[in-house]
Unconditional design. Structure first.
Length: 223
């Protein structure tokens, strides 16, 4: 699988802002302008396709992007990447290790950033038949489908020892790696009885769909 142009943190941030009200309104304006007149085929790029809404969305995203990601990429330790990859794999997201860059490399890619963000918006446009992998930042904290439940996924679902989200030192980014490591450490610290209870609940969910969400949540709250 080829590397994505953006880091995982940037990609998840993009997915999050893409679903924001501000961006959706800009994209909706684009969709209205591109609506085919009655009795005529839809205009494509060869017929002066109007993509002003997508450019406006890309411009808005670019303005916010450079505020959040204003420093060079920092090389990710292999151990941190392995931990983060395992956590994201449960959610169906294919993680890639962040490769560090120099200040010179960081500055060199800035002139191309708007075009890259615009192309990202085009690939996520409602008018595009083939969509890129869609993943919202909030999905990191959701449990996997019940048919594939594990003791760990039930722990993440709502155990009292599950850690809260961790904000990075800059105060504007979700530190996914730190949160994943803290969550795994909290799970490993559970006593054997609690882990056995979670495993039993997971097996029940995976075999027969008789344990309702309300019952599982009640047991979790009592743990």
């Amino acid at each position: 699988m080829p590397r994505r142009r953006f880091t995982d943190e940037e990609w998840l941030w993009l997915e999050n802002i893409w679903s924001s009200r501000e961006v959706r309104e800009l994209v909706a304006k684009n969709a209205k302008r591109d609506k085919a007149p009655e009795g005529r085929g839809k205009r494509g790029r060869q017929q002066k396709h109007e993509d002003g809404g997508l450019k406006a969305a890309a411009s808005y995203i670019h303005t916010e992007f450079v505020k959040v990601f204003d420093t060079p990429h920092v090389d990710e330790l292999e151990a941190d990447f392995v931990t983060r990859r395992k956590a994201l794999k449960l959610q169906g997201f294919s993680a890639q290790r962040t490769i560090g860059e120099t200040e010179e490399a960081f500055q060199a890619r800035q002139p191309h950033l708007f075009k890259q963000l615009y192309n990202w918006c085009v690939s996520h446009s409602p008018n595009k038949a083939t969509r890129s992998q869609s993943f919202k930042l909030a999905d990191i904290f959701k449990e996997p489908p019940s048919k594939h439940a594990t003791a760990y996924s039930l722990f993440l679902e709502g155990h009292s020892s599950k850690p809260a989200g961790i904000v990075s030192a800059e105060g504007s980014k979700c530190d996914i790696g730190a949160w994943s490591a803290k969550a795994r450490a909290a799970f490993d610290a559970l006593c054997a009885e609690e882990k056995q209870m979670l495993q039993k609940l997971a097996e029940q969910e995976n075999t027969v769909d008789v344990t309702g969400d309300e019952e599982v949540s009640e047991v979790m709250r009592a743990s």
